[in-house]
Design a protein around this ligand. Structure first.
Ligand code: AOF
Ligand code: ZN
Length: 370
């Protein structure tokens, strides 16, 4: 039975898990709390792939006091030996009397085996506590481990009338300073950021993460879709300024010598087939990114990329920022290529959230395709 007390402690375990956001990929964010006589005696979270899991930190903090206690963990304890040994064994050895779990581990190597192991040893197990919140924290992990594809998020900043520029191709942000800060915090949580060659040509973005204050952002990998491999050799995304890798996807028709010139500069060039509508096969691009361990991808445009991704139903989630301005019809629309025939067939967002960013409005939600 799930009690209010269980939910309260699971909320604390979730807070622990969130400390690892953006740092654990391709592993999940996981938090754990150990409670005895209504006192928290240990806590921990997963910090980075290859290092100890959340429960191991919490058990170490609680020490011998763990005996007879209740362990809360946002994800089922693992039952396999990966880069670290199985947590379910350590949990059983500690002598905890009860384990409360947020969600089952979707990893095919685990999938309920951790829970089975604990039950077989006479440990009480309650699962599914604050499950929607625990799942939300790990949408990228869940998708990547079950499909091999990254969690793909559309990001765009635009005017009230959906334009990303005022007049033709001029550059600069439509939205204000608070939106920029939110975007940089977003970038900090993704494994990779993707833009099309057109955006590189017009904006020449560095695609680095610049967080306010002391905290240094971890740059996401930079991914560019450039079917003809046409971007300038001097583009900022190709510069050595960032420690993150730059990956370019171009068409199989591009001359291999041209690819080799960029590869010599440490840039990974992938040649892919053309897909729907003559553009690069985006599904293939996502598959290759997934194979490289990229479990979350923030797509920052431009219009053609957003339109193609929408048409091919590849977005999982969207963050859209609206500046309170009418850019007018000379501005470039935020997407091109996608159209709908009416209210019942238009793709839309569900579980929509609204947040104010200075003068701008942030609209976020899951993509619902029809
Ligand atoms: C947990 N607690 O804190 C994490 C878990 O290579 P390894 O050994 O780190 O194993 C990675 C897998 O372990 C990962 O895919 C997921 O199934 C589980 N991650 N499990 O019980 C944790 N990070
Ligand atoms: Zn584990």
């Amino acid at each position: 039975m799930i009690t209010e007390i269980d939910q309260r402690y699971m909320a604390l375990a979730l807070n622990e898990a969130k400390k690892g956001l953006g740092r654990t990929s391709p592993n999940p964010c996981v938090g754990s709390i150990i409670v005895k006589n209504d006192q928290v005696i240990g806590r921990g979270y997963h910090k980075k792939a290859g290092t100890p899991h959340a429960e191991i930190h919490a058990l170490a903090a609680a020490g011998a006091e763990s005996r007879g206690a209740t362990l809360y963990v946002t994800l089922e304890p693992c039952s396999h030996t990966g880069r670290t040994p199985p947590c379910c064994e350590a949990v059983a050895r500690s002598g905890v009397a009860r384990v409360v779990i947020g969600m089952e581990d979707p990893n095919p190597l685990v999938q309920g085996r951790g829970i089975r192991y604990l039950l077989d040893r006479g440990i009480a197990v309650t699962s599914g506590v604050l499950e929607p919140q625990c799942r939300q924290l790990n949408w990228p992990f869940i998708k990547h481990i079950t499909t091999g594809l990254p969690w793909v998020v559309m990001k765009a900043g635009m005017s009230l009338d959906g334009r990303i520029t005022y007049n033709g191709r001029q550059t600069g942000w439509m939205t204000g300073g608070e939106t920029s800060a939110v975007v940089h915090r977003l970038r900090d949580r993704y494994d990779a950021i993707l833009v099309g060659a057109g955006t590189v040509l017009i904006d020449d973005p560095a695609l680095t993460t610049r967080l306010p204050g002391r905290k240094k952002g971890r740059d996401a990998h930079r991914v560019i879709l450039d079917s003809g491999l046409s971007i300038s050799q001097r583009a900022k995304v190709l510069s050595g300024e960032s420690t993150a890798r730059t990956l370019i996807f171009c068409s199989v028709e591009v001359d291999t010598a041209k690819c080799a010139r960029l590869e010599k500069r440490g840039i990974c060039v992938h040649r892919v087939e053309r897909g729907v509508g003559g553009g690069l096969d985006l599904h293939q691009v996502l598959r290759q990114l997934g194979e490289q361990g990229i479990s979350s991808l923030l797509v920052e445009g431009g219009a053609k990329v957003h339109g193609s991704m929408l048409n091919q139903r590849l977005y999982d989630y969207a963050h859209l920022f609206y500046a309170p301005v009418f850019a007018g019809e000379n501005g470039i629309p935020f997407q091109s290529g996608y159209s709908s025939s009416g209210r019942d067939t238009a793709h839309r967002l569900t579980e929509v959230q609204y947040r104010r960013c200075g003068e701008d409005m942030m609209v976020s939600g899951k993509l619902m395709y029809r």
